[in-house]
Structures are given as C-alpha cells and as structure tokens.
Design a protein around this ligand. Structure first.
Ligand SMILES: NC(=O)c1ccc[n+]([C@@H]2O[C@H](COP(=O)([O-])OP(=O)(O)OC[C@H]3O[C@@H](n4cnc5c(N)ncnc54)[C@H](O)[C@@H]3O)[C@@H](O)[C@H]2O)c1
Ligand SMILES: [Fe+2]
Length: 392
C-alpha cells in the first residue's frame, strides 16, 4: 500500500475542462484579478499555424488583454529555443504567460515565465530552483494527450544534447485548461505516443518511494482510463480522446511524486535513436517493471490490482498488458528497427550514470541494466522477467 504520509501534493489553482474552453482564458484571467496588459503566448508552431490559437487570442482581446505570440516551438525544447522565447518575452512586461501545445510548448512557457523575473542564466537552471516573487500568471493549455505538464512542477529542456529537468512548485499553473477540441484531430501516432507517456507517468510514479495515497489515487484513475480509451481514441473516437486528455492531466498530477527507471531509460533511448519522448517511454516501461519486480511484493501487487482492476492481477501481467497495448497502437516494442548494433553494454551504464533515480524502489546497477537492455533489444519481456527476478 502507498505511504499514508504526504510530504507535498501539488495541483493547479484552477482547472477548467470543457470543449472550446481555450476561448475563455481571457475571462478566467480577469476573474483571477490579473490586470490588463500584455499576455505572452508560447505556442507550438503547427498548433499556431493551423489556427488552434485563434479562439484563445480572440478571447484575450475581448477581455482587454494585448497579446504577443512566440510560435518557434518546433520539436522538443533546447537551450537556444528557450533562450529565443525568453528574449522575445523580455520585450513585453507580461502580466501572464500562456503555453499552448504539447509538453514542448508548455515546458518552454514555464521556463520563459520564470526567466521574466529570474536573474539566473538559463544554462544554470537545473533541478529545484528558488521561489520567485511577482511571477506572471501561468496558464497551460495542452494539445497532446501525454505530458500532463499542465499539472506538474517539472520543465524539461535539453542543454548540449542532454535532457534536464528544472523543478519548481511555481511551474504548476494558476489555470489548466483541458479543451478537447484541441486533440480532436491529433494524428493517431502522436496521440498514441503521448498517451503511453502519460501511462508511464501514472505507473512509474506509483513505484516511486516518494509516492503517497493521494498520488496513487490519481495514478490508478489515469492508468485505468488510458488502458480503456487508447484503442478507441486511436481510431478517432472524440469522446475517448477527451477522456485521454483528462487522463493525461490526472497522470501529470501523480507525476509530481516523481517518475522512476522507465523515464531514465527513455531519455537514453530517445537521445541515441532520435525518438519522440513517448516512444522511448513506451519501449522502456514493461522492462522497467521487470527490473522493479524485486520491489516490496505487497506494493507490486497493489499497483497491478489498482491498474488492472482485478484482485489477482500481477505486476508481470501489467507489464505484458503495457507491451500489448503499445503494439496495438503501432509503437515499437523492441529495438530491432533501430540498427543491428547491440548497444546494451553502453546503454545500461549510461542510464545509471546520467539519470540516477534515488527514488526508484530497486537500486540502479549498471550491469543489471545492460542485461535488461539486451532483452529490450529483441522485445523479450519473458527473458527479462526471468533475468531480473534473481537478486544481484
Ligand atoms: N513538464 C513535464 O512534466 C513533462 C512530462 C513529460 C514530458 N515532458 C516533455 O515534453 C516534451 C514532449 O511533449 P509532447 O509529447 O506533448 O510532444 P511535443 O510537444 O513535442 O509535440 C509533438 C508533436 O505533436 C504536434 N502537435 C501538438 N499538438 C498537436 C495537435 N493538437 N494536432 C496536431 N499536431 C500536434 C507538435 O507540432 C509536434 O510535432 C518532451 O520534451 C518531454 O521531455 C514534460
Ligand atoms: Fe514523460
């Protein structure tokens, strides 16, 4: 059972879930007492160019705000991209910063908002950062069904090719807007990859030693909905897509307990093979479960029962179900399509060295991780389960 102690639980100040709600953001900001002035919008380029920001901008103008749009978010954010966005924001005394897009745009908006007041150089931002007074109001409007960044204290960006996390409770927005209209036409491949990222947040955070009963509640609800809705959403069902958007938000809430081994593996895989974040997460998750099977048995059983909603469910069945769901939505479950070379002996140690996880329930050991990757390479979950079932 999850810990009854709660050291911290973070949640946006206001959550609005309604189709078309992005048009209401101007009114919502006014209602929260944000004085009129300039609003800085950080938008994914495709999202902006395809007109998805139009209702947001019109609503802001109607409420008396001026707007400045930065739409240079193409791919996942790196130092240059965030620096450019922050420079553009510096020219505006923004009363609010809005992120609209996938996790890439939302994370950039968080960093831009922080940099409007922080004197630190972006390159120095890493891990927990100091609280700052007088930050602009922060609004997050996701257009993918994955990161849950609209609920998290995390902002990710790459510096010199390596992904890093910046952490602040102030990144949990004042307003999170879940507008299902924005995911109605999300390409199925992006929908699938991002939903599996959300599933990873839900399940990995349950394994974190800093999770608690409250985060488990959000994890369980999110994971059950993703299993139930992803196949229908993948086929275009609008209601199922709306539900996935909600589930990814719930998973974001639980992610504040921290993700574990799966995300460390995914960063290494994504950097090595240029994979979308969610694809790396989906590949890693069943194998991270295999590695973590030696966690306290009662807790492992509780995770499986909560997610699969069956009293006799096991962690291994959960891993197998994740792998089946991944294959069903056309995402690879092995590395055979990424070149013939076996890189397991370097990937394993890289995970332990570059992305250590003190909150993972089982210690990260380079040699065991190399062995784990050798099974992931061919998608051999049964072999991984046997190999990882023996304590070091
Ligand atoms: N802050 C957090 O808590 C957190 C959590 C997990 C991941 N992340 C980070 O988020 C980033 C990934 O975010 P993502 O997976 O949402 O992908 P993304 O933001 O990179 O977007 C992926 C692609 O989808 C397109 N897209 C977005 N919305 C669309 C729509 N409605 N219709 C059509 N196309 C659309 C984008 O143009 C882009 O090509 C990574 O950098 C990852 O590390 C952050
Ligand atoms: Fe993620």
């Amino acid at each position: 059972m999850a810990s009854a102690d709660i050291a911290e639980f973070l949640f946006p100040r206001k959550v609005v879930r309604r189709a078309g709600a992005s048009a209401e953001v101007g009114a919502l900001l006014s209602a929260q007492g944000v004085r009129s002035g300039s609003v800085f919008i950080v938008a994914d380029r495709f999202v902006h160019e395809s007109g998805m920001t139009s209702a947001l901008i019109a609503g802001l103008h109607e409420a008396g705000f001026e707007t400045r749009v930065f739409s240079g978010i193409v791919g996942e954010p790196n130092l240059d991209m965030v620096q450019e966005a922050a420079a553009s924001a510096a020219a505006v005394q923004a009363v609010a910063v809005i992120g609209m897009g996938g996790g890439s745009a939302l994370d950039t908006a968080k960093l831009v908002s922080y940099q409007t007041v922080s004197g630190a150089s972006l390159r120095e931002l890493k891990g927990p950062v100091p609280f700052l007074a007088n930050l602009p109001a922060l609004v997050m409007i996701p257009t993918t069904t994955g990161t849950g960044a609209e609920a998290t204290k995390v902002a990710m960006f790459a510096v010199d090719g390596a992904k890093r996390a910046v952490l602040s409770a102030q990144f949990v927005p004042d307003i999170a807007v879940l507008d299902a209209d924005l995911v109605a036409d999300l390409p199925p491949a992006v929908l699938a990859a991002t939903a599996l990222d959300a599933l990873s947040h839900a399940i990995e955070s349950m394994m974190s030693t800093t999770s608690n009963e409250l985060t488990w509640h959000f994890s369980g609800e999110a994971a059950r909905r993703i299993f139930a809705q992803l196949p229908r959403a993948f086929d275009g069902d609008r209601e199922a897509r709306s539900d996935l958007l909600y589930a990814s938000f719930l998973a974001g809430v639980s992610l504040n307990a921290g993700v574990t081994l799966g995300h460390s593996m995914s960063y290494i895989l994504a950097a090595r093979h240029h994979l979308a974040h969610g694809v790396g997460c989906a590949l890693a998750l069943p194998f991270a479960l295999a590695y973590n099977q030696l966690m306290p048995a009662e807790e492992a059983d509780d995770i499986a029962r909560l997610v699969l909603d069956r009293p006799d469910a096991t962690l291994r069945e959960l891993a197998e179900d994740v792998q089946r769901l991944t294959a069903a939505v056309g995402i690879p479950t092995d590395l055979t399509g990424f070149g013939a070379e076996d890189e397991s002996s370097t990937l394993g140690p890289a995970v332990a060295r570059d992305y250590p996880r003190p909150t993972n329930p089982v210690a990260l050991e380079p040699e065991r991780l190399a062995l784990l990757f050798s099974h992931l390479r061919t998608g051999d979950l049964a072999g991984a389960w046997t190999a990882m079932g023996v304590p070091a």
